[in-house]
Write a protein that binds this ligand. Sequence first.
Ligand code: MG
Length: 121
Amino acid sequence: MSDQTTTIAQIKDNIRSFVEERDWQQFHSPKNLSMAIAAEAAELMEHFLWDDADQSRKRFSDPQKAIEIRQEIADILIYTFEFADEAGIDLTEAIAQKLEKNAQNYPVNKSRGNCLKYTEL
Ligand SMILES: [Mg+2]
């Protein structure tokens, strides 16, 4: 499996099978899944705690750290895909709509090269 050959629907199916085989749907409410996403995001952030920008970019040169970071991003995505599946959210559509909204909020001529929030542009 790779990003080039796998659809989001296939990923959702694989996660759904994994959860159903363990009868974990009972625990995976939208509330619990949203909290799991945040908990896993915190685990990802812990790898970069106290790093400056350059140090954070160099974290991946340590093969063991790279594996651990890869596992945390996978945890976040697994819960995110499951949340979307549970909530009936089509991720492709949701991402496309949000990128369109972001493009309206952050026109290139005002936002290129700066990190101001759209309310500050
Ligand atoms: Mg984790």
